[in-house]
Design a protein around this ligand. Sequence first.
Ligand code: PDD
Length: 285
Amino acid sequence: MTRIVYVNGEYLEEQDAKISVFDRGFLFADGVYEVSPVLNGKLVENEGHLARLQRSLGELNMKSPASTSEIEAIQNEVIKRNGVKEGIIYLQVSRGAADRDFPFPTDIEPSLVMFTQQMNLLDNPKAAKGTTIITVPDIRWQRRDIKTVALLAQAMAKQAAKDAGADDAWMVEDGVVTEGSSNNAFIVTQEGKLITRDLSNKILHGITRRSILEIARREGIEVEERAFTPEEAYEAVEAFTTSASTFAMPVIKIDDRILSNGAPGELTSKIRKLYIEMAMQSVAD
Ligand code: PDD
């Protein structure tokens, strides 16, 4: 399969899509990214993703390669050229190419890259079965609120999960869960409360997380945004994760504790269904 990839103003066959070896994204992980879902050939929750992109750029004093509406127009063009009906579009901005030197160079142009991935977001088999999680130490830097491409710690966490025969990892720092390796972590307590980590520089401010919390509150579910320990998660009646590429994804096992009898929990399934309904409504013809 060959895709059309966007690189700095050009739509190229993927084998022709190239970036300089001096690009600071490559040399210093000096770049930020966003992943937006695509359903019915249209972007879902993209406003939130592009607002967060601008925030990430601002926090790193990085120039935006284009305005938000220009970026969205390019995203739509890449989706169209690749005929993607369901999947994700990835976009990355890096500070640009310059001789290797640590401080931020002035007068360089940021680079913008986009590509798509076809995926089954709606009928994801993992959503029907549920996922298994291990806990790992959170060894990341302190600005996890910035969506940077410095993802080696997360790649190590996912690899540790894979080596342990699990689907994913939740990262733990100071005795409490921060978030999943590429998602936000939620538990449902015995009393039916939905718990997820509060917003700070300790976690990424998930766009899906925000919508799921809105949906939960609208449904009259009690929500607490606070830290929780792995031990509290072991005692939870349900757990799930949220991200742009998985929506609300049930968790059925954390370390060696089986949750909700080893099947996706009722509340989790309801929340996933309501999120998908909201997303589908937003992309209806
Ligand atoms: N990851 N936390 C982390 C560390 C993430 O990498 C992500 C997203 C999230 C969820 O954020 P959102 O709901 O805005 O997608 C939370 C993307 C999907 C990725 O890296 O592929």
